[in-house]
Design a protein. Sequence first.
Length: 417
Amino acid sequence: MKVVDIILSKGFTGYYLDDKHAIQKGATLDGNFYFGETVTDGFKTIRQPGESVSFMMVLDDGQISYGDCATGQYSGIGGRDKPFFADELIEFIEKNIKPKLIGMEINSFRSASKEIEEMRIDGERLHSGVRYGITQSILDAVAKKNRLTMAEIICREYNTTPSNTIPPIFIQTGDDRYTGTDKGIMKGADVLPHALIKNVEDEVGDQGEKLLEYAKWIKERIIKIGAKDYQPRIHLDLYGTIGKIFNKDIEKVINYLEKLENAIKPYPLQLEMPIDMGSKDETVIAFTKIKEAFRERGIKIKLVVDEWANTLEEIKEWADNGATDIVQIKTIDVGGIDRIIEAVLYCNEKGVGSYLGGTCNETDVSARVCANVAVATKPLQMLAKPGMGVDEPLMIVKNEMSRVLSIIQSKAKAEVV
């Protein structure tokens, strides 16, 4: 099967690009806008609409495969690639990538994806969001050629077996953390609420009192409106704020996290980036100390790393060093779908929780591709994406998983008959 043409189109993502460093320096949200000066390289305004580029390959049998290039909400920090803008990216792809791929023979997803990973333009590897989009399209192409789901292609090429059930789905509420939590409880989300806890003054409190109040509220709402047998995992993304309020004093951080666990019991608690020391090495040391203290004191909280685990190589380091319980595999930063699959499988093999994440700032197409990855690789949990609306991303991810599993199970029944 050959690529005979490539079609590119400009689109929106499901959310926005936010200059995280500018926000942390005090930019305040006014409605849906941030006013002030940008800090991170590549940003034109503190918040700007997310843009995507659909990468469509016309195959020699007339079919068209789809993939969407996008970039993370908090691009350009913690080792992540800068944000891109659709018009500029389309021009770049037309000039530098399209000529290399016209006539490309695609038979194996893994081998074709490796070519994209190894491609260099002026000595530079492709932006992670570009590798992400192109390899989505390659996976779709191989699936269409073989008349299989994308999950089945992954299982075939990586020697995995598909999940028997829908992998756990993790919702994110965005700033609407109360209504969003209610939506997640109503729809029985497996993991919730994320809650975007990034602002000390408004969401944490000088001594963490506001976050404790929110944790208690979550428990009360589950008891009040959740089904009787509903037992979700509680996952809060803290963006290093607990370390910040206690001036990175590890002992004080641990004491506070124990209070947080007690506030949410009996529901299991996962905390993403409770502390960020400003570098990978220092954050590894801090996480290790916290985990050791948890073991000694019988604290059951699971630590989740996000920043400083952007690439496949970094994810493997975290899986090997034992400093965290769960690694967020931030799809948009890891790059190619092939490397995302490898990251999930590596964490599973090492006994580290594989959180197949990503960003609110991607698209329906990329979310459906990742849903196929989840069915084929069985991560600990998958993020409902794109966007922060709860209902829409949960629908996209869960429905795609349900469709794929139904197709696979239908084929298995037919073989038995």
